[in-house]
Design a protein around this ligand. Structure first.
Ligand code: PLP
Length: 411
C-alpha cells in the first residue's frame, strides 16, 4: 500500500459522508453533477484571517489569481485581500468583472502584447515589467494614450527559494530583469515621467520550510534596498513574492506561519532608510485557496486486473492534472484522497483510483488504502482549490469540463 497525502483540516463527516462547508458530498453532486470542484469560502476567509494574525500589519496581502480564477471565488477573495496579481489580459478582464479596482491590480508575466499593455495602462493597473523592451513599449503606449503608466520592475534575483517546488529566480530566466540591469532601467522609467511603483521580486513557490521563506524574504529586502540605493530613488512599493506552500504529500507538514511572521517582523523593525516609506506586500495563490477545494468524481466501474483493484471514475487528469503527478513533479506521489461517501471509515483494501482518460497517466491515487468502494460511490481528491480546473488539459479526450461550486460565499 502506498501512503496518501494528509487530508487538510476543515472537513466534517455528516451521515458517514464527507461534508464540505456543511454540505454533504452526495447532495452537492446531486445538485451540480459529477465531476465537481467544490470550494469552501469559509476556509478561504479563515486562511486570510490566519495570515493577517501572523504577519506584520504593514504587509499587504495579494492574491495570485492564476491559482484559481473561478468567478464566484474571485468575488469572495476580492473582499478579503488588498490586491490581485494577474498575468494576462484575460485575467485582467476577470479581475475587473469580480469587482477588483484597477488600482489594486498588478500585472506580471512574460510576453505581454501591446493590446495587453494598453488595456492595463488605460485602466491604471501597475505593470511589473519583465524586460527593458517591455518597458519601452509601455512608455510608448503611455505617451500615445496621454497617461503616465504605473510601472514596477520585476527583478530576476540572484538567489532562489530553497526547497521550492518551482524555481522562478536565480540564473538565466525568462522572468524579470536581471538584478544588475535594474538600477539603470529604474532611472530610465523615473526620468520618463511614468509613475514609479518599485520592485517585484518573486523567487519561487511551494515551500513548507519557514526558515527558507524567512531567508528568502531577508535576501529580497536586502536586494530591494541595494537596488533602490543604486537607482537613487526611494521605493514606493515592493512585492516580496510568495512561496508559501501547502502539504500535498505523505509526510508534508504545514508551514509554520508564526515563524514566518516573526522573522518578517524583525526585518521590518530594522529596515534601511531607503525602504522606510515602502509599501510591502506578498502574493499568494495556493496558500489562500488550495486547501479550500475538493474535487469530487463518481466511481463508474470497479474492476480487478492481475489481482489489483481499480476504481474507475468519471473524472481524471483533464480536470486535476496535478493530482496525477504530471504538473511539475518529478516523482509521482499520492495527493490526499478518500471515498467521500464512506468518509472516515478505516481502509479495507488496496485500490488505485483512475480517471476515464485512455492513458496510463490518468491515475488520481496509486495503490492507496481505502474502505471498499462500489460503482456509484464518490471519490474526493483534496488540495484541489489551486491549479485544478484552470491548469488541466480540459479538452483532452472530449469529456468536457467539471462543474464548479463555491459554498459559504461572503455575504
Ligand atoms: C504563480 C505565481 C504566484 C503564486 O504562486 P503560488 O505557489 O500559487 O502561491 C505568485 N507570484 C507569481 C509571480 C507567480 O507567477
Amino acid at each position: 500500500m502506498k501512503p496518501l497525502g494528509p487530508i487538510p483540516s476543515g472537513f466534517a463527516v455528516i451521515d458517514g459522508e464527507l461534508a464540505i462547508g456543511g454540505c454533504k458530498a452526495s447532495d452537492l453532486v446531486a445538485e451540480a453533477g459529477s465531476p465537481l470542484f467544490v470550494y469552501d469560502g469559509a476556509l478561504v476567509t479563515a486562511r486570510v484571517a490566519a495570515l493577517r494574525a501572523a504577519l506584520p500589519e504593514r504587509l499587504g496581502l495579494h492574491y495570485a489569481m492564476k491559482a484559481n480564477p473561478f468567478a464566484p471565488l474571485l468575488r469572495h477573495v476580492a473582499g478579503l485581500v488588498d490586491g490581485f496579481d494577474i498575468a494576462s489580459g484575460g485575467e485582467l478582464a476577470m479581475a475587473e468583472a469580480a469587482g477588483v479596482l484597477a488600482a489594486r491590480i498588478s500585472f506580471a508575466g512574460p510576453g505581454k502584447r501591446d493590446e495587453d499593455l494598453e488595456a492595463a495602462i488605460s485602466r491604471g493597473v501597475t505593470l511589473n515589467l519583465e524586460s527593458a523592451r517591455e518597458a519601452e513599449r509601455a512608455l510608448a503606449i503611455g505617451e500615445r494614450l496621454g497617461c503616465a503608466p504605473r510601472l514596477a520592475i520585476r527583478v530576476n534575483p540572484d538567489f532562489d527559494l530553497k526547497g521550492s517546488g518551482m524555481k522562478m529566480g536565480g540564473g538565466a530566466k525568462p522572468f524579470g530583469v536581471d538584478a544588475a540591469a535594474v538600477p539603470a532601467l529604474a532611472r530610465r522609467i523615473i526620468a520618463s515621467g511614468a509613475e514609479w511603483r518599485g520592485l517585484h521580486i518573486y523567487a519561487g513557490s511551494q515551500t513548507l520550510d519557514a526558515a527558507a521563506i524567512a531567508e528568502m524574504q531577508a535576501a529580497t529586502i536586502a536586494l530591494a534596498a541595494r537596488l533602490a540605493e543604486e537607482s537613487g530613488a526611494a521605493l514606493p512599493a515592493c512585492n516580496l513574492g510568495g512561496g508559501f506552500g501547502i502539504p500535498y504529500f505523505p509526510g508534508d507538514l504545514p508551514l509554520d506561519l508564526a515563524a514566518v511572521g516573526a522573522a518578517l517582523g524583525e526585518q521590518f523593525a530594522a529596515l534601511p532608510d531607503v525602504l522606510h516609506g515602502t509599501a510591502f506586500c506578498i502574493e499568494l495563490g495556493r496558500y489562500l485557496v488550495g486547501e479550500a477545494g475538493v474535487y469530487l468524481t463518481r466511481i463508474v466501474d470497479r474492476k480487478e486486473s492481475h489481482g489489483e483493484v481499480f476504481l474507475v471514475t468519471d473524472g481524471g487528469l483533464h480536470h486535476q492534472l496535478a493530482a496525477s503527478g504530471n504538473f511539475g513533479t518529478v516523482v509521482r506521489r499520492n495527493y490526499p484522497s478518500a471515498i467521500a461517501t464512506k468518509f472516515g471509515l478505516a481502509p479495507e483494501e488496496e485500490a488505485s483510483i483512475v480517471g476515464c482518460l485512455c492513458t496510463p497517466l490518468d491515475r488520481l491515487a496509486d495503490k492507496g488504502g481505502f474502505p471498499r468502494a462500489e460503482e456509484g460511490d464518490l471519490v474526493a481528491v483534496f488540495c484541489a482549490g489551486a491549479y485544478g480546473a484552470s491548469a488541466s488539459p480540459v479538452h483532452f479526450l472530449g469529456h468536457g469540463p467539471a462543474a464548479e461550486r463555491l459554498v459559504n460565499p461572503r455575504a
